[in-house]
Design a binder for this molecule. Structure first.
Ligand SMILES: [Zn+2]
Length: 302
């Protein structure tokens, strides 16, 4: 079968942000901290099985706390040939941390992932893509913690995540601690607006035929950063305690959180088709193949 990006210089990266959606929602939206649930392990293993079937290697941005509770999952990711990367330790967003706290989060997460896996970790992704113009120090911290690349920037306008004039392609960023490569989240320009269609709610809500065209269009000019969360393919209903808390919230929060459940049961089939029809590499492989990366400094962006 001819792939969507066949004969194209640009490939895609399939990335997974490994976190337990249920316990993070309980902690961050309802202020009811709880143990991570086994769902994160089960859903991530399902993704690993699917990737194996399609012979695709992916990049797993993983929380340190997931590694702490599920060390065997880390070993499975690496055993199946995937790239292991960091998604913070506790999933704390950058705008809620000081640079010192962020450095501790990242260093602790990198250490535990490397200790359990026995491999070197090169990449980082901020929880909820939370690096913006308000937290430019994040890049210095990421470099200081020993990462080669970051993949956290959404080059769009948004309140907490998003950096609207950030380059849309992979760039070599000059930090005060040396160079750091940034692979931003891919956008599709549609009706004059840039939309991050390659992951999250867009990927879950948009139909396959649309995504196939969108991915082909993105691949004409750049590598496509695809991202999913294990909980987006969770087919088991959330427990009653979650909905009891949800029902106490205001209408806007209820609506926002309820859209997180739309199409979950169909996600795995759509992801399977997107895996079949495009070429994928790990993030570090794409970065190693980059020849002429634009060099930028933070001053250029302000
Ligand atoms: Zn996350």
């Amino acid at each position: 079968m001819q792939k969507g990006s066949f004969n194209n210089a640009y490939s895609s990266a399939f990335s997974v942000d490994v976190e337990d959606g249920l316990s993070l929602a309980m902690r961050d939206y309802f202020l009811k901290p709880m143990q991570q649930t086994k769902r994160v392990e089960g859903n991530t293993l399902e993704l690993i099985e699917l990737l194996d079937k399609k012979s695709i290697k992916a990049t797993f941005f993983t929380l340190g706390m997931v590694a702490e509770d599920y060390p065997n999952l880390i070993k499975e990711i690496v055993k199946h040939g995937h790239e292991l990367a960091v998604h913070g330790f506790n999933h704390y967003r950058f705008f809620r941390m000081t640079p010192e706290q962020a450095l501790e989060e990242l260093s602790k997460a990198k250490d535990i992932l490397e200790q359990i896996s026995g491999v070197q970790v090169y990449g980082h992704r901020a929880p909820a893509f939370s690096i913006s113009k308000n937290t430019p120090w994040a890049f210095d911290v990421i470099k200081e913690a020993g990462f080669t690349y970051d993949s956290s920037i959404m080059p769009i306008s948004s309140e907490y995540h998003g950096w609207n004039n950030f380059p849309k392609e992979i760039v070599n960023l000059e930090t005060s601690n040396g160079p750091l490569i940034e692979f931003p989240i891919s956008l599709l320009n549609i009706f004059g607006r840039d939309l991050p269609v390659s992951g999250g709610s867009y990927l879950r809500l948009l139909p396959y035929w649309f995504l196939k065209r969108a991915f082909s269009k993105i691949n004409k000019n750049q590598h496509n950063m695809v991202y999913v969360h294990p909980y987006e393919l969770d087919r088991e209903d959330y427990p009653d305690y979650y909905f009891e808390e949800l029902n106490k919230k205001d209408f806007k929060t209820r609506l926002k959180l309820k859209t997180n459940f739309i199409n979950r049961k169909k996600s795995i089939n759509k992801i399977a088709k997107l895996l079949e029809n495009f070429d994928y590499k790990t993030v570090i492989e794409i970065i190693e193949d980059q020849k002429d990366m634009k060099k930028i400094s933070l001053k250029d962006l302000n």
